[in-house]
Write a protein that binds this ligand. Structure first.
Ligand code: FES
Length: 81
């Protein structure tokens, strides 16, 4: 059975497609973006992005489809980081 793909809308106006469970960092690279990293363990928050308004940490979470809606990404910028 063919896996469903959804579009990801990135802050630089790139649009890529993804399957449920794909890696956020690879998809960001395909959009010519780098998600910042720090600990890669889910502790520091350096990698946080907003996905449809919900903040996630891509180093500990893969792409997850919810309600089959396309994914709009915004980068979070922590002024204290
Ligand atoms: S890199 Fe530290 S929380 Fe993701």
């Amino acid at each position: 059975m063919k896996k469903k793909k959804l579009k990801i809308y990135w802050p630089n106006h790139s649009i890529t497609s993804a399957e449920d469970g794909d890696d956020w960092f690879l998809k960001a690279q395909m959009a010519n973006l780098n998600i910042p990293t720090g600990c890669l363990l889910g502790n520091c928050g350096a990698c946080e992005i907003d996905v449809n308004g919900e903040t996630i940490r891509p180093c500990i979470k893969n792409i997850e489809f919810r309600n089959n809606v396309h994914l709009k990404i915004e980068f979070t910028y922590d002024p204290y980081w």
